[in-house]
Design a protein around this ligand. Structure first.
Ligand code: ATP
Length: 563
C-alpha cells in the first residue's frame, strides 16, 4: 500500500480565509445564522447536521478526558472528577456573590446615533513611528509633546486584525481616504488623504487616550466628535421567571457554567464518595450580552462552555495549577491542532483579579487575529474566593475537614494548633474554562485546506476522530449487485460509526463531496468486490486508494479512529 502524504498547507485564492470557511460551513450544513429567514439575529448561531456532529465529537472527547478517564495526578493517583448539569437560571443572589452583578462589565463606547462598540476593540491608525517620526499631534499646553491622534479607526480583536483592515479592506480604506498602506519595520507607510503617511496601529482603550474619544473618527462613519468616553456595560442577560415582571423577580441567564458548580460543591461532597482534591465538570450553554459579537462564532451572545472546577487544599494549589496548565495544552494538541498554532499567554499581575494568584490563557492563531493569537481557554488559580463568597452570601458553611491531612500533620509532629487550623479549610480552586463553540471554530480553521488541483478545491482535513462523518460507502455503479453489497456494509457500519451511504452521481463527485465535509475515508464497492471480497479505500488527504477485505473494514476504521 502507498503511504498517505501529509496534507498541503492551507492557502486560498480568497484573500479573506475566514470568508471561505464561513461560506463552506454554511454551504455544507455546519453552521447557519440563527433566524436566517427573518434576516438573522446578531450573535446567535445554529449548528446544522454536520456542525452538531463536530461539536458533539469535541464535547464527548472533553468529557471522556476530564470525567471518565482523567489524567494521572502529580501524586501518581488518578484524578477524581465527577460531572454535573446545573440549571441555566440560578438564584439571582448567585451573581451578586460571584461579583457578576457589580463587575461583569465591558467598557463601551457609543457612536451617537449609529451604534455601540467595545472600547477595547477600537483600534486606531496613528501617525508616528517608534523611531520618533511624528505626524499630526495633539498639542496639549505647549510642553506636552502630544499624542498621535488616530486618522482612522476600526473594530478588531487584535492589532493584527486591525492592520488587515487598514491595509487590505476596501471599505475601510475608502472611508478614511487610505490610498495605499503597507507594513514596514516598526509600523506602516503609505498614502493617506493625498499625503505621505507613516504610523502605527494601536488599541485606543489606554489611559493616555482618556478624555479624547470625541476626537477620534467613528469606525462606522469616519465622522469625528461622535464617540463618547467608555462606560461600563453589564454583560448579563436578564429574564423574569414567574408571572410578575419587576426588579424583585429579575433573574439572569448564566454568563458561565462555573457558578452552578460552586453552588453544588457541598451537594457533591455530601452525596458522593469524592474527597478533596477533586473536580466537578460541566458542559453547557452560557449567555453574554456581548456589545460587539463578531468574528463568526468566536464571540457570540449564546455559546457553549466546558468548565471544570478543581477543589484542592490551599497548600497544593500552585502544584495543581501547573498540572492543569500542562494537561490542558496536551488536550488541545490531541485534537490534531498544529503546535505552532497554539500558545500560552500568562496574565500579567495587573490583569489578575484581586483573589487570583495566577492565570494563563491557551491561545490559538485565528485567521482574524493573525499574526496575533486569541483566547481559546483560560486556566485560573481562583484561590478560595468563590466558595468564600457563596458561604458569606448564603450563610452555608462550605469549609472542608481534611481527615487525611490531619493524620499526616499529626504524624509529622505538627503543633496541635497547626493541626487544627490546617486540617479545616475552604478549598482553593483551579479552573480550566474553555469554549466548546470556540473549539468548533478552531477545528474548522485548522482543518480548512485549499488545493486548486483537487476536484473539490476546498477540503477539511479533520483528524479522523473528530470528523463529523467517518466514512462514505459507495457502490461504483447502480447495477451488478453493487448497491446491495454497499448497503449491507453501510447498515453494519452505522451501528458503530457515523457513516453515509450514497449511490448517486459519478464516483469523483461523491469523493469531492466527502472531502469538502472532511470525511477521512470512502469505501467503494466495485466489480472486483464480488470476485475477491475486497473494496477500495480512498484516503481523503492523500487521495490515495488501496484495497482491503470487506470483512476488515470495521477493524480498519476502528484502528484509524483510535490513532
Ligand atoms: P474573552 O476575553 O474572549 O471575552 P473571557 O476571558 O471573558 O473571554 P472566560 O470568561 O474565561 O472568557 O470564558 C472561558 C471561555 O469561554 C473562553 O476562553 C472562550 O473560549 C469562551 N467564551 C467566552 N465568551 C465567549 C463568547 N462570547 N462566545 C464564545 N465563546 C466564549
Amino acid at each position: 500500500m502507498s503511504t498517505p502524504t501529509p496534507p498541503t498547507p492551507p492557502t486560498s485564492p480568497n484573500a479573506n480565509i475566514m470568508e471561505a470557511i464561513v461560506s463552506l460551513s454554511k454551504r455544507r450544513g455546519f453552521i447557519y445564522q440563527a433566524s436566517e429567514i427573518y434576516g438573522g439575529i446578531r450573535g446567535f448561531w445554529d449548528y446544522g447536521p454536520l456542525g452538531v456532529l463536530l461539536k458533539n465529537n469535541i464535547r464527548d472527547w472533553w468529557w471522556k478526558c476530564m470525567v471518565e478517564c482523567p489524567p494521572i495526578g502529580p501524586d501518581g493517583h488518578p484524578v477524581d472528577i465527577v460531572g454535573l448539569d446545573s440549571a441555566i437560571i440560578q438564584h439571582p443572589k448567585t451573581w451578586e456573590a460571584s461579583g457578576h452583578v457589580a463587575g461583569f462589565n465591558d467598557p463601551m463606547v457609543d457612536d451617537i446615533g449609529v451604534s455601540r462598540y467595545r472600547a477595547d476593540h477600537l483600534y486606531g491608525l496613528c501617525p508616528g513611528l517608534p523611531n520618533g517620526t511624528r505626524g499630526e499631534v495633539r498639542e496639549a499646553g505647549g510642553t506636552d509633546p502630544g499624542l498621535p491622534m488616530p486618522i482612522a479607526t476600526v473594530l478588531a480583536s487584535s492589532a493584527g486584525e486591525a492592520a488587515e483592515f487598514f491595509t487590505g479592506d476596501k471599505k475601510t480604506q475608502k472611508l478614511f481616504g487610505i490610498k495605499s498602506l503597507e507594513r514596514v519595520a516598526g509600523g506602516f507607510q503609505g498614502q493617506v488623504k493625498g499625503r505621505d503617511f507613516s504610523g502605527t496601529v494601536i488599541c485606543l482603550y489606554q489611559p493616555e487616550f482618556k478624555g479624547l474619544f470625541n476626537k477620534f473618527p467613528s469606525p462606522s462613519t469616519g465622522e469625528v466628535g461622535k464617540l463618547t468616553e467608555p462606560r461600563a456595560f453589564n454583560l448579563m442577560l436578564d429574564t423574569y421567571p414567574g408571572p410578575i415582571r419587576d426588579e424583585a423577580n429579575k433573574a439572569y441567564l448564566r454568563p458561565e457554567t462555573a457558578q452552578g458548580i460552586f453552588l453544588n460543591y457541598k451537594n457533591v461532597l455530601d452525596t458522593t464518595r469524592v474527597k478533596v482534591p477533586f473536580g466537578v465538570a460541566q458542559i453547557g450553554k452560557s449567555f453574554r450580552n456581548e456589545v460587539t459579537p463578531r468574528n463568526y462564532i468566536f464571540r457570540s451572545r449564546e455559546f457553549e462552555q466546558m468548565e471544570m472546577e478543581f477543589f484542592c487544599p490551599p497548600d497544593d494549589a500552585l502544584m495543581w495549577y501547573e498540572f492543569w496548565r500542562n494537561e490542558r495544552m496536551k488536550w488541545w494538541l490531541s485534537l490534531g491542532i498544529r503546535p505552532e498554532n497554539l500558545k500560552f499567554r500568562d496574565h500579567d499581575s495587573d490583569e489578575l483579579a484581586h483573589y487570583s494568584k495566577a492565570c494563563v490563557d491557551v491561545e490559538y492563531l485565528y485567521p482574524f487575529t493573525a499574526p496575533d493569537f486569541g483566547e481559546l481557554e483560560g486556566i485560573a488559580h481562583r484561590g478560595s474566593y468563590d466558595l468564600t463568597q457563596h458561604s458569606t452570601h448564603s450563610g452555608t458553611k462550605l469549609d472542608y475537614f481534611d481527615q487525611e491531612l490531619q493524620l499526616k500533620l499529626k504524624e509529622s509532629g505538627a503543633s496541635p494548633e497547626d493541626v487544627k487550623s490546617k486540617s479545616r479549610y475552604i478549598p482553593n480552586v483551579i479552573e480550566p474554562a474553555s469554549g466548546l463553540t470556540r473549539a468548533v471554530l478552531v477545528l474548522l480553521c485548522e482543518a480548512y485546506r485549499y488545493d486548486e488541483s483537487r476536484p473539490s478545491k476546498e477540503y477539511l482535513a479533520f483528524k479522523p476522530q473528530f470528523a463529523p462523518v467517518k466514512a462514505g460507502i459507495f457502490p461504483l455503479v447502480q447495477k451488478d449487485g453493487m448497491p446491495e453489497v454497499a448497503e449491507k456494509l453501510y447498515l453494519d457500519l452505522r451501528k458503530h460509526f457515523t457513516v453515509e451511504y450514497d449511490p448517486k452521481q459519478s464516483i469523483g463527485k461523491r469523493y469531492a463531496r466527502m472531502d469538502e465535509v472532511g470525511t477521512p475515508f470512502s469505501f467503494t464497492i466495485d466489480g472486483e468486490t464480488a470476485k475477491d471480497q475486497t473494496v477500495t479505500v480512498r484516503h481523503r488527504d492523500s487521495q490515495l486508494q488501496e484495497r482491503i477485505g470487506i470483512a476488515n473494514v470495521k477493524a480498519f476504521l476502528s484502528a484509524k479512529l483510535g490513532e
